[in-house]
Write a protein that binds this ligand. Structure first.
Ligand SMILES: C[S@@+](CC[C@H](N)C(=O)[O-])C[C@H]1O[C@@H](n2cnc3c(N)ncnc32)[C@H](O)[C@@H]1O
Ligand SMILES: [Zn+2]
Length: 276
């Protein structure tokens, strides 16, 4: 399947232009670097969703730094998330905020999978890990895909970092087919010690990576305004946030389901677009 792109400024169709891509309606150019098209909306130019891009440049740098020293993986939660919707061969699937592409460890290779992230470093890692997955640099709040492009949209611990999670959900809805589903992992506010406990109970935690990341943070962010955003939810806050979106809420669960609710560290939400 060849992915069809649309312009993040005017939603016109995007075609090839030399080494890069260009909007056929407004002429916006999108460079392609190392096989990854760059659809990050540029600051100072109004984009189709009106998402604030003033923070973007610094945010991207910070995410690149983090992905240079990844911390742990949430494979238990991801497996559970995938099992709720059981992707089938031939379905079109988007992971918005893919990081290094760990979700695709759990998705059939026969799906038409697209991985999107703001970080080029993260996308390079996704490509190396899963060469069959199409990688696209962009913002989840200004997706470069036409309406109805996907059967499933995943966001595994990424929507809470978006500059506008609300616009993120609107975009997930726009790019889903009628009847398509969005699957989200979002952090629980109640789990105050969540990081500490996470480090101890999860087998994938790497102490060396943790120290490396801590040092990186000090070097990169020392004395700077940290622009990476993070949102945590109580259940009522999460339900209110999801209900305000154009998608219908199918379920909100604690995961992993194997631990008592008080120890679960994220919520898993499944949303559905009307119709289909
Ligand atoms: C905590 S990581 C999770 C990565 C991956 N989903 C996983 O679970 O391993 C959050 C990811 O969201 C990405 N991200 C942050 N803001 C974003 C935005 N506005 N649009 C798309 N991706 C974003 C970051 O670059 C980062 O890769
Ligand atoms: Zn355009």
């Amino acid at each position: 399947m060849s992915t069809t792109y649309c312009c993040v400024y005017c939603r016109g169709s995007v075609g090839e232009q030399g080494e890069g891509l260009r909007c056929e309606r407004c002429g916006a150019d999108y460079p392609v670097r190392a096989g990854i098209p760059d659809f990050l909306p540029r600051p100072g130019r109004p984009n189709a969703t009106g998402v604030d891009t003033a923070e973007l440049a610094a945010t991207v740098d910070n995410y690149d730094a983090i992905h240079d020293a990844s911390l742990f993986n949430v494979s238990v939660e991801m497996r559970e998330a995938v099992s709720r919707v059981r992707p089938q061969d031939g379905q079109r699937l988007l992971d918005a905020g893919c990081g290094m592409g760990l979700l695709f460890d759990h998705v059939p290779a026969g799906c038409h999978s697209v991985a999107l992230d703001v970080s080029h470093v993260a996308l390079d890692k996704t490509r190396a890990r899963h060469p069959h997955v199409r990688t696209v640099q962009g913002m989840g709040e200004a997706l470069p895909f036409p309406e109805g492009s996907f059967d499933l949209v995943f966001s595994m611990g990424s929507l809470e970092h978006f500059i506008s999670p609300e616009k993120g959900l609107e975009e997930f809805s726009r790019v889903l087919v009628p009847g398509g589903r969005a699957v989200l992992l979002l952090p629980k506010k109640a789990f105050l010690l969540r990081n500490a406990i996470h480090y101890y109970i999860y087998p994938n935690f790497h102490p060396v990576q943790f120290v490396r990341r801590a040092l990186l943070r000090l070097r990169r962010f020392g004395g700077m305004h940290v622009q990476i955003r993070d949102r945590h939810f109580t259940r009522p806050e999460l339900v209110a946030f999801l209900r305000a979106s154009p998608l219908a809420v199918e379920e909100v669960l604690d995961v992993p389901g194997t631990v008592p609710s008080a120890l679960a560290y994220v919520y898993l939400a499944v949303l559905r677009k009307a119709g289909g």
